[in-house]
Design a protein around this ligand. Structure first.
Ligand code: ZN
Length: 171
């Protein structure tokens, strides 16, 4: 099967100095935009302070987190604000992987009642586009979400990937 999304997920070590991050250690996680993928990076505290501007510019979201203990249950560590922010920052994304991600993020935000569906429209390429607005903002402040017509299985797969890079359970 051809993968229609692409992410590189966390490795449990610092992306710069490659130090192994032990359970219980606090660190900085980022998700940045590659040409056709989202890339997760983890940074130890020393390295996160020395991130250069070029690296920071490509970062879509950044948060503090902690390495879970192996026996710990996966829980959602990222805030709603961070999810909304990622959703907004992916608005110009045009490659299929990011469109799929943004669509699944929209589903997550709808379930959390943070994003409201207004109506269906069609774009110049004939794709179905959902016209939506964030609950916290003006209803006239429209967000357009391309519906990539994913199957249930694909939605589950993208949700799982989203969970892996954002450290949450989006099922
Ligand atoms: Zn490091």
């Amino acid at each position: 099967m051809v993968k229609d999304y692409n992410i590189r997920k966390t490795s449990g070590q610092c992306s710069i100095c490659e130090v192994q991050l032990a359970p219980g250690t606090e660190f900085t996680a980022t998700v940045s935009e590659g040409p056709d993928e989202l890339i997760r990076h983890d940074y130890c505290d020393d390295c996160s302070e020395s991130l250069d501007e070029a690296t920071s510019a490509a970062v879509l979201c950044k948060w503090r987190t902690v390495v879970p203990h192996p026996e710990e249950k996966k829980k959602l560590l990222v805030s709603n604000e961070l999810l909304v922010n990622l959703f907004e920052r992916l608005s110009e994304a045009r490659d299929p992987a990011k469109i799929n991600f943004r669509y699944v993020l929209a589903l997550v935000l709808m379930r959390k009642k943070l994003l409201i569906y207004d109506r269906m429209t069609t774009n110049d390429e004939g794709q179905e586009v959902w016209s939506m607005h964030l609950k916290a903002s003006d209803p006239g402040d429209t967000h357009l979400v391309i519906d990539p017509k994913l199957t249930e299985d694909q939605i589950t797969e993208v949700s799982n990937s989203l969970g892996e890079i954002m450290e949450g359970d989006f099922e």
